[in-house]
Design a protein around this ligand. Structure first.
Ligand code: FE2
Length: 240
């Protein structure tokens, strides 16, 4: 695999609030390939109001076929975005109910945007103890991570953090941008991803965000965040 790997992307059509149609998905995929991506682990929301794991898996196979037919060089891997505080999430850890990244040890999980999670360190400890490495989606957009020192603390406990590239170009407001800059500067992020939900302006804002990332860190770190670490996560390997 050579090229960037997007571990947080709502690329599957008609399964959640991401791509609505196969045409949307192909347009998003074309933009990602043109911007340097070679693989995506589409991450539909694992919530009762959205499509089941089975439907998502079928949709992923269908999209892979569509990509291959269209000559769009993008490999797809299994994944889902779990809600940390959803009933049953912790109980399902380590079972099939949890849709780990490429069926490995990493699980993409999001904390609530607008609610504190004082028990977060304990939750991370319990996940790690069950053999799961939580990859926190866009911590810079989640209230609990505004607490000073919280991000570093959960990384120390074994969690990994995913930068939402859009935060760097202010898609989520000044607080998220400030935290993203700060966590990036502290080298707290393990990976960067798009959390892309649709094709509108995708090509433009993702390009701007990649340029902003490149301006804020060195070229080696960009490769680490967008290629090397995501590849290791797909293989279920520990990160250095
Ligand atoms: Fe997402």
């Amino acid at each position: 695999m050579s090229g960037y790997v997007d571990l947080h992307c709502h690329l599957l059509p008609g399964v959640d609030d991401g791509a609505r149609t196969p045409e949307d998905a192909l347009e998003m995929a074309r933009a990602l390939v043109d911007l340097g991506f070679a693989a995506v682990a589409p991450s539909p929301h694992a919530r009762p109001e959205f499509a089941s794991a089975e439907v998502c898996a079928a949709r992923r196979s269908a999209l892979q076929r569509d990509l291959d037919v269209a000559g769009i060089a993008l490999r797809l891997y299994s994944n889902a975005e779990h809600a940390l505080i959803l009933d049953g999430f912790l109980d399902g850890l380590g079972t099939k109910a949890t849709r780990a990244i490429n069926d490995g040890r990493y699980v993409l999980v999001e904390a609530p945007y607008r609610a504190p999670v004082p028990a977060l360190p304990d939750l991370v400890f319990r996940m790690v103890r069950r053999g799961v490495t939580p990859l926190f989606a866009h911590p810079e957009r989640c209230q609990e991570f505004e607490r000073p020192g919280r991000a570093a603390e959960v990384v120390r406990l074994g969690a990994r953090l995913q930068l939402d590239l859009g935060a760097l170009v202010n898609r989520y407001g000044p607080v998220a941008r400030r935290l993203a800059r700060s966590f990036l500067g502290e080298e707290l992020y393990a990976v960067a991803a798009t959390d892309l939900h649709g094709p509108v302006d995708a090509r433009v804002w993702v390009a701007k965000a990649l340029a902003e990332l490149a301006a804020r860190t060195d070229a080696g770190r960009v490769q680490t965040l967008l290629r090397d670490h995501p590849e290791r996560i797909l293989r279920g390997e520990a990160l250095p």
